[in-house]
Structures are given as C-alpha cells and as structure tokens.
Design a protein around this ligand. Sequence first.
Ligand SMILES: [Zn+2]
Length: 269
Amino acid sequence: MFTLRNGVFCSGRAELTYWKEQDPLHKDHTFSKDQQTRLFGQLMGEQAFRSALSKMIQSPVQIIFTSNRSTLISVRTNSKGEKTLRLQHAFRAADFTTMQALAFFVDGKGFNPQTIDNFLSKKQDLVKFFSRSGAKMQSVVYKGKFRDLEKVLKKVTSDYGLGVIDIRIAWSKPGNTRGKRRSIRFGSFSASQKLIRIHPALDSPAIPDYFVEFVVYHELLHAIFPPQQTGKGGRRRIHTPKFRALEKMFQQYDNAIKFELEFINSRLG
Ligand SMILES: [Zn+2]
C-alpha cells in the first residue's frame, strides 16, 4: 500500500518522499464522535511531538504537519543545509520505534521503510481521518537554536498566574529579515490557531531572557483579551488602556521597553 520514492541526497538539495499509492476508491470518510474521540486519544500534541522528534534528529529541522492524501512524509534540505520535514498528522500517533525511523529518515541514514509501513498499516483510519479534503491543519515550527519557547511560555504563564490553556507557541519562519525594515514585529497571536509566533531574531544569546518573556507576556495578553470594538462601527482597539495597564505589570517592564528601543535603533542604524 505504501511505497518509498527515493530522491537523491546530494550537497545542495535533498529530497525524500514517501507516498501512499493512489487509491481510486479513496473517498472522504465520515467519523462518528466516538470514533473521533478514540482517534484523537492516540495523538500527541503537535508541540510535544515536534519537540520530542526534533530532539532525535541531529540537525535543526522545521516540522510541518499536513493533511495530505498522497505524500505522507517528505524531507527537503535547502542550500544552507536547513531541513524541512512534512508529516501527515497521523504520525502524531507514532511510537518510539516509528519516531526513530522518522529521525533516521530525516538524517538520511539507517532508515528502515518497513517500520513506517507497519505504522501506517496499523493507523490507516487515522491516515484517512486526516486526509479529509476539508482538513486544513497545516502548521509550522522552526526549532530554535538557543531558546526553548515552550519553557518561556510555561514560565510566563506560571509567573503571572495566567490561566491560559491550549495556547501553542512557535518561532515564525526565518527569512524576510533583509531589506529596509522600519520596524520589526517581535511576536504575534493568531486567535484561530491559538498560536503565538515569535520572531526568530529573538533566538539569540544576545537577547536577554526578560525581553523574550516580555514579548510572550504581551502576546498572552492578546490571547486573554481579544480586540474590542468601540461603539457602533468603531475601530478595533487592540491595545486598550486596560491592556496597556496589564502590560506594565510585567516585572521588568522598563528594562524591556528600553531594550526594545535599543534593539530597533541598532537595527536601523
Ligand atoms: Zn500587541
């Protein structure tokens, strides 16, 4: 049912793609609530899965979950040697042996396709579930080199007693930092994805911890206080006075603001 299509590993680019053979009978399946609960019960959280898997992989890797029907795994290496692994969501049910096979797959050595075959054969209903045509669950994470964002998120939520659940955090994609930028957006929050993204420029030993914590704290406040509409047809207020007051509760607020200005000035200089 599953076949490995082998690309070439060479110095510049490498690509390995794992296909599910075209199945003409494959249709959208509907799953009952009970079936869905059972399926979801097998899955690791996206962030937990990414951090576990990227620890097993030897180089920095960006892991993207897909809802693909045919290409269930692929890995690409760009000219800088940065790797991108695309995995169908079903892999979040992987056991240790399967994860190890995935790591070998990315590192391009000692890979045993049989392990992946066995896993996919056992988890066919998950593969089908995530192959729904309507499923849009793609998300992206770049594994930082210096900082563990999940740790920062945990620290900030506990330091400030912020009762947020289900919020995920990720580095935004590197790149697009060249050219004239008048400002730099350090963080963002997507309410629909419940995802905080942090600019990869902050993944540097030159950036003090308190500054990264401040950016995460700011984005968490967005998660807690959605933008407000002022009056009828009024403009959306994102940073309300209440928001700004809470922002100032950050323990090293003055230092953080000072650092932000210095950082931006040094970039523009
Ligand atoms: Zn903001």
